[in-house]
Each structure stands twice: as structure tokens, then as C-alpha cells.
Design a protein around this ligand. Sequence first.
Ligand code: WT7
Length: 653
Amino acid sequence: MAIPDGTTFKTEVDDLLHETRVFQVPSLFHNLANIKNDSLYAKAKTDRVAFWEECAKKLHWTTPWKQALIWEKPFAKWFVGGKINASYNCLDRHIKANLGNKTALIWEGENGEERTFSYAESYLEVNKLANAIKSLGIKKGDRVAIYMPMVPEAVFAMLACARIGAIHTVVFGGFSAEALRDRINDAQAKLLITADGGFRRGNIVPLKNIADTALEQTPGIQDVIVVQRSKAEVAMKRGRDHWYHDVVRNVKPYCEPEAMDSEDVLFILYTSGTTGKPKGIVHSTGGYLTGVYNTTHWVFDLKPNDIFWCTADVGWVTGHSYAVYGPMSNAATQILYEGAPDFPERDRFWRIIEKYKVTILYTAPTAIRAFMKWGDQWPKGCNLGSLRLLGSVGEPINPEAWMWYYENIGGQKCPIVDTWWQTETGAIMITTLPGVTPMKPGSAGKPLPGIDAEILNEEGQIIPAGGGFLSLTSPWPSMLRGIWGDPQRYKETYWGRWQGKNYFAGDGTKRDKDGYFWFLGRVDDIMLVAGHNISTSEVESALVDNPMVAEAAVVGVKDDIKGQAIAAFVILKEGHKLNAKTEEILKEHVSQKIGALARPSRIIFTADVPKTRSGKIMRRLLRDIAEGRVLGDITTLADAGIVAALKEKYQEA
Ligand code: WT7
């Protein structure tokens, strides 16, 4: 959604604002909350940097920092000179505090298997794997790619890398061989950690086979560690491939954690950019950990007895920050579930909550909308009484889904935290404090203590009320440190819009009279499909990669469940006739190139796509066409006739 110039424009949110109900914090929750009042905001306002220093001190540092912040816009350094290890903060520290017997992970496989690991057991696993990785020659600063199902070993692999100072780059298990290959090569990873397969809706996802295809074109990879999960037959290349259970067998049970510089890279995580090439978002060690540790405590109100469940895959930033580093640095007990929410039945989530007495659930609007569609009977059949707090992330949650979540899952007694943040921000930026801030369904709330956010217009001026572009206006500890290998792209993407003055988040946002932020969707060419970032150009390149396709234009269109679905306008090359299979072949082609998450939900074959005179695809117009809206001003079109033809085509398709 592009934001028109000026400070006032009308959106669906305006209609919403009129009828917004405000939900007060339940008094029982307030009374017991970690954060009960506004004092954190006040403290952060007085001295923002000192506030973050106090937050950082809650972690274990082996050497204190000399300087809290060096801000050479757009590059920030936090806690400069400090030494810290993320794995130590997620494991050793808790064992030293007598929490070794506390359950860290409760894993449930899709077929119902259960494995639990205490902090002491997790510690042992991580130490052994760290030694095994080291013995393969991996050193501090080397990159390790992780391509795994949701199994405990995925978490151990991340922490083992962190322990020795290797930089992990987790690639979501739903990505294709090509997507994996490109990420491995961009990061120049030396080691890949994967599995023989994972279970999803009763099927085995053949991760190792997919990885083998990728590895044909990854000259840097020297070794592969393979977790045996599915027991599916896989090829093991002699000298390169090693079973996980073999490499951890004869290694020492202790590995000294590497003293990392606060600014040393903890991980790289790829996210879609507005060009076809994904961006390797770089995160630091000290600042990142400060962000996720503290936000977990504030926003999820985490207490020692909680059973915390963030349903995100470790392949996304939510999995990094709130299924690994945030909760584990807080010594949380967490659920890790391998499979699909509708396997074997549509009540799988509710059964897990009932079985393990989950107290905090953090999931995505797309899942909530699917649950809504499946019907109330599924959650009603389970006892969800253990829940005390709910969270939402990934895209704006529509008030209808919010209400359903509040009533049917939370039993009207659980606050909901609608958390706005990004891969780039590392940690939650804008949300309500569950024990303090009243909730407005559809609004994420306000910037957290220590976070400065403003809404800016095209010229970069602050808009006190009304709509514009979201910007984070002061550096924060968990902010990205750049794009791997491409500082120029970092500057252009995030700092280009206002001549280097302010961070451009890419979200259209509106602030109401109470200072609450309402998110309106992306203003760039990034789609949010089931909460996942996919760029239009990424899908376009995948389409034109097929020999039949001359040109493609992709847009995100409204979808009741996924938030956005992918619609593609395709021009076939001359000589290629459209037949009954063409659409399916092209959809499959995109799945193969990127992964099933990028599969277009529909393809419209056309003779031309609307472009401006300078040759830019008019996506807004295509979106209007695809969503069946009235056409706006089309005088800038090279051939205005095209649009009418397209619209007709779409409607008959
Ligand atoms: C984009 C970032 C944050 C982890 C998962 C996604 C959208 C995310 C919300 C929310 C409205 C949201 C934004 C943002 N987004 N959470 N609560 N309300 N929009 O991380 O893949 O980096 O995507 O997701 O558009 O920019 P990501």
C-alpha cells in the first residue's frame, strides 16, 4: 500500500478507529505482572542510553563495556568493548543459578513423540556439538548454515555456534534447494547442519535430499552434519557428510565459551528485499541479546513457572528471538512443536496447550484466522484454562481475529500483546505492556521503553497524528548491524528515503489521539504472505526463469486467511500456447525455485502488463485489478487499453 502525500488520507483504519473498543488490563494480571506501571517509560525518557545500559547489565558479561553507544549514522555500536557469550547466557548462567534441573525444552514431534531436555541436558548437548563443530575446523567468525526441521537439535545447533563464536545462518526448512544454495553461497558458509527429514502433515520433508541438490553448487561447504530424525533413506557422501549422533559421540562434554565482542556477529538471517536477491540481515551479540532478553521479560511477562510457546519456526526471526535467545536467556520452559496445526486434527494446538498446561501462547494472525475458519468446536473441546497471556506477530491482526482469539482462546481473561517488529529490529519494538497498557483490537500499541518511533511524511517530517511512514528515530541495541557483505544496500534500503536521516521500516502506519500505532501494511514491494516476507520481484524472477514466460508482474492481494496471497500476471513467450496445465506448471516452478511459501495462488495470463511511461510496473493498479476495485487514474499508462482488458480477464478467470 502506497501512502499518498500529505498528512490526511482515509483508510479502513479510520472506520475502525470510530468503533474501537478499549480493553482494560485484567486486574488479576496487572497485580502479578512483571511490569506494573509506566516507570520504565519514564526512566528511558530521562536517559535512553543509561536505560539500555541497565537492561544490558541483566546479562552476564565477562568484560564490561567501555562505551555504551557509538552512533555513526547509520551504523551503531552498543556496549563497545564488552565481552559476552550468548550460549553462556542461555545455559551456563542458569546452571550456576541452580536451575540445571529445570526443563528447558519440551519437544513434541508431529507423530506425538515427546522429548524433554532440562537446562543441564541442553548444556551437555550444546557443549558436545560445539566441540564436534570445532573438530571439523570451524572457528570463530566462520559461517554455519542450518537447514532443519523443528527439533531440539536445531536449537542446540544455534547455541553450539554461538558458543564457539561461529555465525549461524538458519534457512527455513520450507525453502527450496536453490534458495538454500544462494543463502549458503552469499554467507560463504563452510558447514551445513541438516536432517534426514522432518514431518509435516504426515509427510516427510526430505531436507537432506534437497540439501544435496543445493550442495552441488556450494563450493564453500566442506562438511555436513545430518541429524537422524525421519529415518528416511539418504545418501551420505563420504568425507563430507557425518551423522550428528556420530560426531557427538567421542567428544569432550565441555567446551569453553568464546569471549565474544559485544559487536561480534551472532547470526545472519536472510529476508526478502525489494530486488530478487535476499538480504542477509546481520545481528550483533551483546545488543541483540539485550533486546530479546528484556523484551521477553516485559512483553511476555515471563515468570519461572511459565510454560511458554512461541509457535514460530526457528527459520524465522521470531523463532530466533522468542523460541531460542529470548526465552532461553530468561531460563524459560518452552514448547517446541515439529508439525502442522491441523495434524492429525484441527485441534492439535489446543491439545498441546491442554497437555503441557501452556501459559503463554505467541502465534500469528494467519494461524488465528485459519483456526477461526475451522470453527470454535476445536478449542472448545480442550481445556485452555492454563493460558494467561496471548501474543500475535507477523502482520496486522484484524479486530475480528483479535476478538476471536481473545474470547475463544483466552477466555476473556488473557491480555493480548500485538507485537510489531521486523527481522531487522531483532526484538519487539511496538506493543502494549500486558500489565499496564489497555488494548485496542487492531492496534499494536506504543513503542516500548527505550524505543523511539515516529510517523514521517515523504519529506521526513514528523506527523503527530494521521498516517505516513513508520520510522525508528533513535538507535536501539538489537538493531541490525547491516546487510551481510553489502553496506551500500543497507544504506539505500533503510536509510535512503530521507537522505540518511532516518530509518525506513517499510510500513504504512497511523497514530491515533492516544498515541497508539495502527499498521496499514507494507509500502514497498514486499508482500506479507501468511506473515512471511516475500518480495514481488523474487517471484517475478522465478517466473521469468521458466522458458515459457516472457514477462511477469506479481502483486500481493487480500486473502482471508493468509493476509495476502500472491497473484501473478504473466505474459507467455510467442510460440507458447496456454493450455490447461500451464498455470500449474508455473506455480510449481515458483515452488521449486523459492519454496512452497512463494507459490502464487493465481496466475492471470495476459498480453501485456500496465507500466508507466518510464517502464515501471504499476503494481497498485494491478492490485486494484486483482482485488476487483474500481480503477483509478490511468492516464500515465503507456497503453490505457491494457488495463480494461486485464480487468476483464481477471474477472472471468
Ligand atoms: C514486517 C516484518 C516480526 C517478526 C515476524 C515478521 C509486519 C510484523 C506486525 C504486527 C503489523 C506487523 C510489518 C513488518 N509485521 N508484525 N504486529 N502488526 N505488522 O518479521 O518477516 O521481518 O516482517 O512484518 O510489515 O515490517 P519480518
